[in-house]
Design a protein around this ligand. Structure first.
Ligand code: GLY
Length: 421
């Protein structure tokens, strides 16, 4: 009898032990599940606040380093040997840093932020007379264009109007488009390509300045030039799958296409990542300004090409060219990703059937760029916000480096995301 009770007690003890063990294992599992589904994913508001407060601090310290330069120079990126790369007003990227300062001001409208943005914007006053480059649109649109929203200053308005008139001098009626680059001997590698009138897909980004100025000055010529440029680009720059060539060279006497090539991409037939993003952004913006459905259709096709491309990695940060020869051992281009995110967050407003998909795609880019892999540490990265962009791989400069325009479109996209409820 004694033995039977002992056996029974042993069995009971074993069962209790087993039950305790099982309940411990399950409780660990369910804790873990709760962990990942709630506390591990940063909320949208927390992410945007974190990135903007970091960016403000990071740029404050960059400004502190450069504000004593006379004339004031604009931070563009980092040189091959790791030094801060500063540029005068005539550099094509000169408007991005002031533009980022306006987004920082929008997020935190303090007097300090406003005075920083105004100081770097107003250092670009002379850009309005530049007639030898199509980039006036980038330079003044990002700086004075953003600044006008907050200052409503007539001075800013007049800079925009004069800048657009300078840009319009580059319109070639026989071609029906604005010439991008000059081909004179002072143009370095561009002069050596044998082009007559090269027009690049990036040039779509300069149309916004014409639309703004047309509205301010009630000047329909500027509006018409912008429409012609967009139509010519739509006709000649895109392939059947809506990927784009980088450069289309025209004959200035006949208006005919001479060749379709690349400058910053891998090969003429490949998809240079930032070029795809410029096209998407440019046609989205042109639709916003004209409400012409052909431009909306074009933007939707380009979005579809980018979003469904198997050549874009799963995290949606493209390699510098979709067909770069040594993928996956090629640098990514954070700037192309940031431009794409910003463009999609505008385009989604006009494409209800794809709205959620476009926002989700942009969100995944913004979350990835906000991670330690791309977001700099305070005081590092020569004061820039994002790491890992590619300027022009062929010149060997700005290869896997920070760039002021990656920062600009990143902050812009975050601001647009914040506004979506
Ligand atoms: N031309 C502007 C760019 O490099 O994207």
């Amino acid at each position: 009898m004694h033995q039977i009770i002992e056996k029974y007690l042993m069995k009971l003890l074993k069962s209790i032990l087993l039950l305790t063990l099982l309940s411990f294992v399950f409780s660990c599992k369910s804790d873990k599940k709760e962990d990942t589904s709630t506390s591990k994913i940063e909320t949208k508001d927390a992410l945007i606040n974190r990135v903007f407060s970091f960016s403000e601090k990071q740029y404050d310290s960059l400004i502190h380093r450069i504000e004593s330069n006379k004339p004031l120079l604009q931070p563009r990126g980092v040189t091959e040997d790791g030094q801060l790369r500063l540029k005068p007003f005539r550099d094509w990227t000169s408007g991005f840093f002031p533009g980022s300062l306006w987004y920082i001001y929008q997020n935190n409208p303090s007097e300090k932020n406003k005075s920083n943005a105004m100081k770097f914007t107003e250092a670009l006053d002379s850009v309005k007379y530049i007639t030898n480059s199509h980039d006036v649109g980038f330079m003044l649109g990002c700086s004075y264009g953003n600044g006008f929203k907050y200052t409503k200053s007539d001075t800013y308005k007049n800079v925009i109007i004069q800048g657009a008139r300078s840009l319009a001098t580059r319109y070639r009626p026989i071609i029906g488009a604005i010439q991008s680059w000059n081909t004179t001997p002072d143009m370095g590698w561009i002069a050596k390509r044998g082009w007559d009138t090269p027009i690049i897909v990036d040039n779509m980004m300069n149309l916004e300045l014409l639309f703004r100025a047309a509205d301010f000055a009630k000047d329909s010529t500027l509006y018409t030039i912008a429409i012609h440029h967009a139509k010519t680009t739509m006709k000649n720059h895109f392939r059947d799958d809506f990927s784009s060539f980088h450069v289309v060279d025209y004959n200035s006497k006949t208006g005919k296409v001479r060749s379709k090539q690349t400058a910053q991409g891998y090969k003429d037939w490949t998809s240079w990542a930032r070029g795809q993003a410029w096209g998407l952004y440019g046609f989205t913006q042109t639709y916003e300004n004209t409400k012409d459905s052909t431009f909306l259709a074009q933007a939707k096709h380009i979005a579809n090409y980018i979003m469904t491309s198997k050549k874009v990695p799963e995290d949606h940060i493209p390699y510098w060219d979709y067909d770069a020869p040594k993928i996956p051992n090629e640098p990514r281009d954070a700037s192309a990703a940031a431009i794409t995110a910003s463009a999609l967050l505008t385009l989604q407003k006009y494409v209800p059937e794809k709205r959620n998909e476009m926002i989700a795609y942009a969100e995944s880019i913004l979350r990835r760029l906000s991670s330690d892999d791309y977001l700099a540490e305070y005081g590092k990265n020569q004061g820039f916000i994002l790491k890992h962009s590619v300027g022009n791989i062929h010149t060997g400069e700005e290869n896997d480096k920070p760039l002021n325009y990656a920062d600009y479109y990143f902050l812009e996209a975050l601001s647009k995301w914040k506004a979506i409820k």
